[in-house]
Design a protein around this ligand. Structure first.
Ligand SMILES: Cc1cc2nc3c(=O)[nH]c(=O)nc-3n(C[C@H](O)[C@H](O)[C@H](O)COP(=O)(O)OP(=O)(O)OC[C@H]3O[C@@H](n4cnc5c(N)ncnc54)[C@H](O)[C@@H]3O)c2cc1C
Length: 552
């Protein structure tokens, strides 16, 4: 035996094999069932193909590289010309091309086949597990379409390329590209949630009004994905806050006067650039009625909020899959981690959270699919999206941390992928309406659009009569809704129960009894202590964990 073999210590034992290579659709029976149930059954083949790719080591490597080589600002070229470019790693472009190739930015807008929104969300759910940051421009491009439709002449010019599926990263005029991406610029230094505090101004270049050209002057404190081809922007005219489309290049083929000042140094979401910008007389076209900027752009916001729910569910799913996989392969104290009673409890609890989040996300997606032809579905989507965004996005960071701990020290190391998920998670809660703003939005919907409260109650009433714990919580909720308008200080309490009741309703109807019973006893009944892994005795932990990740 050689001397080096004699003293070699580097034998690798008791480490889990990589999870990469696991088909992300076939390993997820909850996703498969929800896709079919919510009307996306006609898209099974596409989702299966996406699952194959999303499980592949190759795509996961692109996700890794895009985050570990974050974008860089190139404000000026070598000659001193202002170019306002952001350079991304090639893997970022590969992720963008992949998501756009699957039409995750456009499917419901270009397909008449039923269930297109559900299918698109199921695809987004899988792709977010590969890499969440590039989803920002994908989501914004997708969500911009309903807002752009407020201005038919602008929509006619732009939508063919906004919904096209051949990603084109070149920094050239939008009309010369195979596909365009759209960003948004609402938030200013002095106000994000309260956009009425915006100070950016818009002056008409001619007669003014919808579809007309303006010049914008002002700053935006957050503008993500600043290499998008155009940005939906809020700015003041004499008639009030209005919505504009600001292209990177003017119709004359010059660089628009939209200057990227710097990129944000963010907690997570690192593959994606978020910038601060100045409009120094930028050319823009008005979208929608003058002075009605918020109602115009709110169409976009409604769709990005849906994606926050799907995105947070996806982050939890990826974390859960990593935790279950690790626990099935790692041994400690004479048994696989997954066979230790307390680890089973933690994994089962995480699986409940993950399943409840996905079921609610895809139920919402179905409401979006149905909304154009069904006012009841639109009313349900209006209120349930806000409630779901509040709860699901809030639950994600804690669930991901708990999953990270299942991997022990390995989970804290970057290579496990868990730190990326953990750092990413809070953004879904903060942007597009932070937690409090979402809860206050639910109160606003109840007050101003009473049909939304009625739609929510109709949904919940459908689950009555099967479980006393559910019946009690829903009865209390209905009593609160019937009483005087809720005090803003109690809004979180009200909205949390709404979202939990919606999740419970879905689990009672569609999940095995082990899952719905455990969820009801911990999330709706009163004996939960707070942390994950506190499911009460009698819960069928094995059944819950077993179905969470099917391999082979
Ligand atoms: C990574 C990232 C990317 C982003 N990208 C974009 C982008 O591309 N375009 C864009 O326009 N914006 C973007 N944003 C900005 C984001 O949408 C805002 O930060 C968010 O809307 C909150 O606004 P704010 O930061 O001004 O906080 P504020 O509005 O000051 O809110 C601060 C806190 O106060 C709470 N609050 C506000 N009002 C009330 C109230 N009435 N009662 C009780 N509590 C209240 C909020 O819930 C929040 O917790 C991005 C943010 C992040 C983190």
């Amino acid at each position: 035996m050689s001397a080096s073999a004699d003293f070699s210590t580097h034998a690798v034992h008791n480490q889990a094999p990589p999870l990469a290579g696991t088909h992300s659709f076939r390993s997820d029976p909850v996703l498969q069932a929800a896709l079919k149930r919510e009307g996306g059954g006609g898209w099974l083949d596409r989702l299966d193909a996406i699952g194959q790719a999303c499980g592949s080591a190759e795509l996961r490597e692109h996700g890794w590289l895009a985050n570990h080589h974050p974008p860089e600002l190139l404000a000026f070229d070598r000659y001193g010309n202002r170019v306002n470019q952001v350079r991304f790693h090639p893997s970022y472009h590969q992720l963008m091309a992949t998501s756009m190739g699957w039409q995750l930015h456009s499917l419901p807008w270009v397909s008449d086949q039923p269930g297109a929104m559900v299918a698109r969300c199921a695809g987004t759910y899988q792709m977010t597990q590969v890499e969440p940051g590039h989803g920002c421009p994908i989501t914004m491009t997708f969500a911009a379409v309903p807002a752009l439709r407020h201005q038919p002449d602008v929509a006619e010019q732009w939508l063919p390329r906004v919904t096209a599926d051949r990603y084109d990263p070149r920094d050239i005029p939008a009309f010369d590209k195979t596909a365009n991406t759209i960003g948004m610029a609402m938030t200013e230094k002095q106000g994000g949630s309260d956009v009425r505090r915006n100070s950016t101004t818009a002056s008409p270049l001619g007669k003014g009004g919808p579809g007309q050209a303006y010049r914008l002057v002002g700053h935006k404190w957050f503008c993500s994905a600043p290499m998008c081809d155009a940005f939906l922007t809020l700015a003041y005219t004499e008639k009030g806050l209005s919505c504009f489309l600001v292209p990177r290049w003017t119709p004359q083929g010059d660089r628009n006067a939209m200057q990227i000042q710097r990129l944000k140094d963010k907690l997570g979401n690192r593959s994606n650039a978020s910038s601060e910008i100045e409009y120094a007389g930028a050319w823009a076209v008005m979208v929608g009625p003058e002075g009605r900027g918020v109602p115009t752009i709110i169409e976009m916001v409604g769709h990005t909020r849906l994606d926050c729910v799907i995105g947070s569910a996806a982050l939890m799913r990826r974390a859960l899959a990593e935790a279950v996989h690790h626990a099935r392969h790692r041994e400690a104290f004479g048994a696989r981690l997954a066979d230790h009673a307390l680890m089973k409890n933690v994994l089962a609890d995480l699986a409940l959270e993950s399943e409840a989040a996905l079921l609610l996300g895809l139920r919402l997606a179905r409401a979006f699919d149905e909304a154009p032809a069904d006012p009841g579905a639109a009313a349900f989507a209006r209120i349930a999206t806000a409630a779901a965004k509040y709860l699901v996005c809030k639950r994600a960071p804690g669930a991901i941390f708990e999953a990270m701990e299942c991997l022990g020290g390995n989970g804290y190391a970057e290579e496990s992928g868990l730190p990326l998920l953990y750092r990413e998670a809070p953004v879904n809660s903060i942007w597009e309406g932070s937690g409090n703003v979402m809860c206050l939005d639910v109160l606003r919907a109840l007050a101003k659009e009473p049909e939304s409260g009625e739609a929510l109650q109709a949904e919940l009433a459908g689950g009555l009569g099967h479980d006393a714990r559910y019946d009690r919580v829903v009865a209390e909720l209905f009593a609160d809704l019937a009483a005087a308008p809720a005090h803003p200080g109690s809004a979180r309490r009200l909205v949390e129960r709404m979202a939990l009741a919606l999740q419970a309703r879905l689990l009672m109807a569609h999940a095995p009894a082990a899952v719905s019973d455990a969820f009801l006893s911990t999330r709706l009944a009163g004996d939960r202590l707070g942390c994950f892994g506190t499911l009460p005795p009698g819960v069928d932990l094995d059944a819950i964990v077993e179905r969470s990740l099917k391999v082979g």
